[in-house]
Design a protein around this ligand. Structure first.
Ligand code: 13P
Length: 248
């Protein structure tokens, strides 16, 4: 039985005031939650969330990292800086980073390696665009994204990786993949892992992301190969987020 994991990705949404209310709200509901819960917050709020969540069951993550350890990289943030604030997780290869900031499969694979080297657990994101799905290329795209990372870090490293399947057409659109669509691709991803190592395929968490909300979370997480969610919009309201956290 794999542990259900629910991770919030706040993206570029936060203020000191909203962070306070959101984290306090989540913490209030945490005693009833059996899933592992992570919030991936914008860099400036790592410290605030670290302080608020001390001694709680809430885990902290960042949303990206630089591949270098330190030096002349203006505006960038290293893995060690993220760890310095008690974060254990980092989102890597989100479709917004791939499409808006030109992150190639190779850069994403390098970031996964750097995260692992520093002791952070990558939430490694993959997923096809609408055009790719409509032209029947979902599996080839997902396989390409997966294999770039498997080739770079090796299959054993997946013991420390969480995969998030996020169909791009479902992100922030209110259009969720049906449980059948999501399960089909999750099973395909697990099959790719199994081609390399059957045990690792069984133990690797594969989360679904893309308009997951309190109304659809339970049905999605009930699917055999869906081990939780990576939540955008619905992670910004403590009630909605907690509802999803309890769906597992
Ligand atoms: P939404 O839940 O807002 O669709 O975002 C999903 C996502 O991109 C999480 O990383």
């Amino acid at each position: 039985m794999r542990q259900i994991i629910v991770a919030g990705n706040w993206k570029m949404n936060a203020s000191k005031e909203t962070v306070n209310a959101l984290i306090m709200g989540i913490l209030e509901g945490m005693p009833d939650v059996k899933s592992e819960v992570i919030v991936c917050v914008p860099y400036p709020y790592l410290s605030q969330v670290e302080a608020l969540a001390t001694h709680s069951q809430l885990h902290l993550g960042a949303q990206d990292l630089n591949i270098n350890t330190s030096g002349a990289f203006t505006g960038e943030v290293s893995a060690d800086m993220i760890k310095d604030f008690g974060a254990e997780y980092v989102v890597v290869g989100h479709s917004e980073r791939r499409s808006l900031y030109g992150e190639s499969d190779e850069i994403v694979a390098e970031k996964v390696q750097v995260a692992l080297d520093s002791g952070l657990t990558p939430l490694f994101c993959i997923g096809e665009s609408l055009g790719e799905r409509e032209s029947n290329n979902t599996q080839s795209v997902v396989a390409r994204q997966m294999n770039a990372v498997i080739d770079r870090v090796g299959i054993e490293a997946f013991k420390g990786i969480i995969i998030a399947y996020e169909p791009v057409w479902a992100i922030g659109t209110g259009v969720t993949a049906t449980p059948q669509q999501a399960q089909e691709t999750h099973a395909f991803i697990r099959g790719l892992l199994a081609e390399n190592d059957a045990d690792i395929a069984q133990s690797t968490p594969i989360l679904y992301g893309g308009s997951m909300n309190p109304a659809n979370a339970e049905e999605l997480i009930a699917c055999a190969d869906i081990d939780g969610g990576l939540i955008g919009g619905a992670s910004l309201k403590s009630d909605d987020f907690l509802h999803i956290c309890k769906a597992g």
